[in-house]
Design a protein around this ligand. Structure first.
Ligand SMILES: NC(=O)c1ccc[n+]([C@@H]2O[C@H](COP(=O)([O-])OP(=O)(O)OC[C@H]3O[C@@H](n4cnc5c(N)ncnc54)[C@H](O)[C@@H]3O)[C@@H](O)[C@H]2O)c1
Length: 448
């Protein structure tokens, strides 16, 4: 057994009921094995045992009162996984599926993602099993205030700077920030994704989706190709999905399908993104409402129940942008048989390990989430830079920095994959490129 497999086996034993965390850890640890062969000093320093153990996990009670006056209790989480290269940074997820395993897997991935951005930000993640869907604005406000009253004790502009994720958009960030500001009496940059009126950055809303398209554009460019005339399928219809679809269309592609957890809409003539924005960003509605925007003569779109079947559609480029493990082996086989050429992950770990293997074996250009969706956190770091310097950059300035970061990430992961003899394997390239920076920082800082 190698050092890496020993640590992985031990981790599996200790984390038996954390399947998502084990899934992410297995993928990452197996792919960084060659790094340990080149750097035996890492093993001497017990680096991997320390790397897989979060620096801190906070789990707390979040009591709040619903509109009927009934007391409700949810669980709150914040995992501060690794601060070797900078303050913890990573979003908050509010969804009923949230548990320790999911927050740990997200935090673990975040360490490498943040490292890949080239900015000095460590890895963290948090959230709650509270689902804002179906709750009134007042209920969401009361929940957010209660959540922040406890989280406040553990975060700070140079300690830990959370942001949004699934279920945490501009409304929730506003309520969370309001409570932080009220308790601390400090207008700190302690949450990114803030409203533009109170310190937010232009492009933060678009950043993850646009970044996903920029890195894919670079992969296309390296193969003398472009988005022009390509057919794209995007799963989800939230923050990442909407702006990935918007930018792909701006670059000449046709987005033929998008989904939510109830099903997907398909239109061979192309989806109109302004309608999706209205349904999802303003009305918080269901994707099937898209059909209501057309009268009978102009209706070419259809709604299909069940979101998983979206991968049966024929496309050149697939962007899974909904949630973890949404694309399994069968879906990957379908995509391959329909000749998909590129798959870039907007969501975190949307492909199962089996799906990843199938796509890579078939020669699909596969860009994993920790590289492909790093544009959001990178722009959050740009937001932090603007806040601390009291400057506001223009849309064009932030957008061009974002694009430069995504192009740089592509070349970094491409280079690392080549250097270690795994050309075009961007899973290995991302894990190795992200890991080496963190490992060297940990080595420099001694056993902590
Ligand atoms: N927002 C960011 O900046 C950001 C950055 C990096 C990664 N991510 C990741 O991207 C993914 C989406 O995040 P978001 O911010 O867009 O969240 P969001 O809440 O804005 O949107 C999530 C979307 O996915 C849909 N959905 C949920 N389960 C689904 C399923 N099984 N099938 C189809 N659709 C489903 C929801 O209806 C919603 O439209 C998550 O994995 C998140 O961790 C987000």
């Amino acid at each position: 057994m190698s050092y890496v497999s020993d640590v992985l086996e031990d981790l599996k034993k200790k984390s038996e009921n954390q399947p998502e965390f084990i899934q992410a850890a297995t993928e990452i640890l197996e792919s960084i094995e060659p790094v340990f062969e080149k750097h035996p000093e890492y093993q001497k320093a017990g680096l991997l045992e320390r790397y897989v153990e979060p620096e801190r996990i906070v789990i707390f009670r979040v009591p709040w009162i619903d509109d009927e006056g009934k007391v409700r209790v949810n669980k709150g989480y914040r995992i501060q996984f690794n601060s070797a290269i900078g303050p913890y940074k990573g979003g908050l997820r509010f969804h009923e599926s949230v548990n320790l395993s999911i927050i740990k897997f997200l935090g673990f991935e975040q360490i490498l993602k943040n490292s890949l951005t080239g900015m000095n930000i460590g890895g963290g993640k948090g959230g709650s099993d509270f689902n804002p869907k179906g709750k009134s604005d007042n209920e969401i406000m009361r929940f957010c205030q209660s959540f922040m009253t406890e989280l406040y004790n553990y975060i700070g502009p140079d300690t830990d700077v959370p942001a949004g994720d699934i279920g945490v958009g501009s409304r929730e960030v506003g309520f969370l920030f309001g409570q932080y500001n009220r308790i601390s009496n400090e207008h700190h940059c302690v949450l990114t994704g803030s409203g533009l009126e109170y310190g937010g950055s232009l492009v933060r809303t678009e950043a993850t989706g646009y970044g996903l398209v920029y890195i894919t554009e670079e992969a296309l460019k390296q193969r003398n190709d472009s988005f022009q005339g390509k057919t794209v399928v995007v799963s989800g219809s939230g923050n990442v999905a909407i702006y990935a679809a918007e930018k792909a269309i701006m670059l000449g592609a046709k987005v033929i399908a998008m989904s939510d957890s109830s099903g997907y809409i398909y239109d061979e003539n192309g989806i109109q993104i302004p309608f999706i924005k209205e349904i999802k960003e303003i009305n918080y509605g269901r994707i099937s409402e898209y059909l209501d925007y057309f009268d009978d003569e102009n209706l070419t779109a259809k709604f299909v129940e069940g979101s998983n079947n979206i991968w049966d559609l024929k496309c050149d480029i697939a962007f899974p942008c909904a949630t973890q493990n949404e694309l399994d082996g069968d879906s990957a086989r379908k995509l391959v048989s329909n000749n998909v050429k590129y798959l870039s992950e907007g969501a975190n770990m949307p492909c199962t390990l089996e799906a990843t293997e199938i796509l890579q074996k078939a020669g699909v250009v596969y860009l994993p989430g920790k590289a492909a969706n790093a544009g959001g956190v990178a722009t959050s770091a740009l937001e932090m830079a603007q806040r601390s310097s009291k400057l506001c950059w223009s849309f064009e300035e932030v957008d061009s920095r974002l694009k430069a970061i995504m192009v740089n990430i592509y070349h970094c992961i491409d280079q690392a994959a080549k250097e270690y003899g795994f050309e075009e394997n961007y899973v290995i390239g991302s894990n190795i490129a992200g890991f080496i920076k963190v490992a060297n920082a940990m080595m420099a800082q001694g056993v902590v």
